[in-house]
Design a binder for this molecule. Structure first.
Ligand code: MG
Length: 348
């Protein structure tokens, strides 16, 4: 069965990553009889406890009580869907994109980027969610042995993070595969769009507040914007299919016009939503809870779960691994139990 699936990959673009020519896993292992290496990676990620915890982790709005807000889990599923649509359209490897998309945010701490900032201030080596995602997948999961994923999946996860100035800025490195580049773009396409809906839901924005360029070029509804961004990236990256004349090595990109509009829309979201005072105030509280818990577990290392930390690591690293694995609500509950003032009256 696996050999048939691997043979099917021969029809993919010459620029696609093929599972049978993967750079492989840290430790060699018997291949699955039923699945390609990337399909196996996707399933391993899906079955982790860290993946399940994404359902109670913040995307933008902290620990939302209303059911329709996006969480890290629904964000992750949307990224996977957008990435699959683009890779399928470009005849790239859908399984690799899906695996990397499902794992890309698995290292996010509680309270979204607030939790990330909090831990970055606590650790001398800093803390970045993309590096933590690789750490969770490669070291912490599976009882501290890691999942032994392929190089291409871990590379795409590590390099999925974006700098503020441009979706394709190379601050965190360029993914080694086109599928990795697709996941990086799919992440931005998904979050800009669902965060607009959440911001409207939260009363921070009206549709008519969006920049004129976005309304004109991308459309006036959620589905129009999503469709416009996805169709544009497929068209502008068509060389990735291998169908075009030989020329420059293909890259995943938007057209110039849409790239400018997408970056403008993203910057608008930074100013109006991500860095908005009320959002920041909630985030500030989340940050204090995370730092309280970090200090608590450094002082009381016996409380650190051996399931989410490595015994030989320094206590600060173990505390950070444990706290960053927590869901928003678990962090709030423990904060209350240990007497952290900011953890009380969360919805006051
Ligand atoms: Mg993401």
């Amino acid at each position: 069965m696996r050999q048939r699936l691997e043979a099917d990959e021969a029809r993919l673009s010459p620029f696609a990553a093929r599972s049978c020519t993967s750079r492989g896993r840290r430790a060699a292992e018997e291949p699955s009889p039923l699945r390609t290496a990337y399909q196996r990676d996707r399933d391993r990620i899906l079955h982790t406890k860290a993946f399940r915890r994404l359902k109670h982790k913040t995307q933008v709005f902290i620990a939302p009580l209303q059911d329709h807000f996006v969480t890290r889990l629904t964000h992750t599923l949307e990224v996977a869907q957008v990435a699959r649509t683009i890779t399928r359209a470009l005849n790239l490897n859908e399984d690799l994109a899906e695996a990397a998309a499902l794992g890309h945010d698995i290292g996010h701490g509680p309270f979204g980027h607030a939790g990330e900032e909090a831990l970055a201030e606590c650790l001398p080596e800093g803390f970045r969610h993309n590096y933590q995602s690789v750490r969770v997948l490669d070291k912490l999961e599976n009882g501290g042995r890691g999942l032994n994923l392929t190089f291409e999946v871990l590379d795409a996860v590590e390099k999925s993070s974006k700098a503020r100035e441009d979706i394709f800025a190379e601050g965190w490195g360029v993914p080694a595969t086109l599928e990795g580049q697709v996941v990086k773009a799919a992440d931005a396409i998904a979050y800009v769009n669902h965060d607009i809906l959440d911001a409207i839901r939260a009363g921070l924005l009206r549709e008519s507040d969006l920049p004129g360029s976005a309304r004109r070029v991308l459309g006036r509804s959620h589905s129009e914007r999503l469709n416009a961004l996805i169709c544009d990236i497929v068209e502008a990256s068509w060389a990735a299919t291998g169908a075009a004349e030989a020329g420059e090595p293909p890259v995943i990109r938007f057209s110039q016009e849409v790239a400018a509009v997408a970056n403008e829309l993203r910057e608008f979201m930074f100013q109006r939503v991500y860095l908005y005072d009320a959002t920041r105030r909630e985030a500030e509280r989340g940050k204090l809870v995370v730092q309280f818990l970090f200090r608590y577990f450094v002082a009381n290392p016996k409380g650190i779960s051996p399931d989410f930390s490595l015994a030989g690591d320094p206590v600060e690293r173990r505390a950070a691994d444990f706290v960053s694995g927590m869901t928003d609500r678990y962090a709030i509950r423990l904060g209350q139990e240990f007497g952290c003032a900011e953890a009380f009256d969360w919805r006051a």
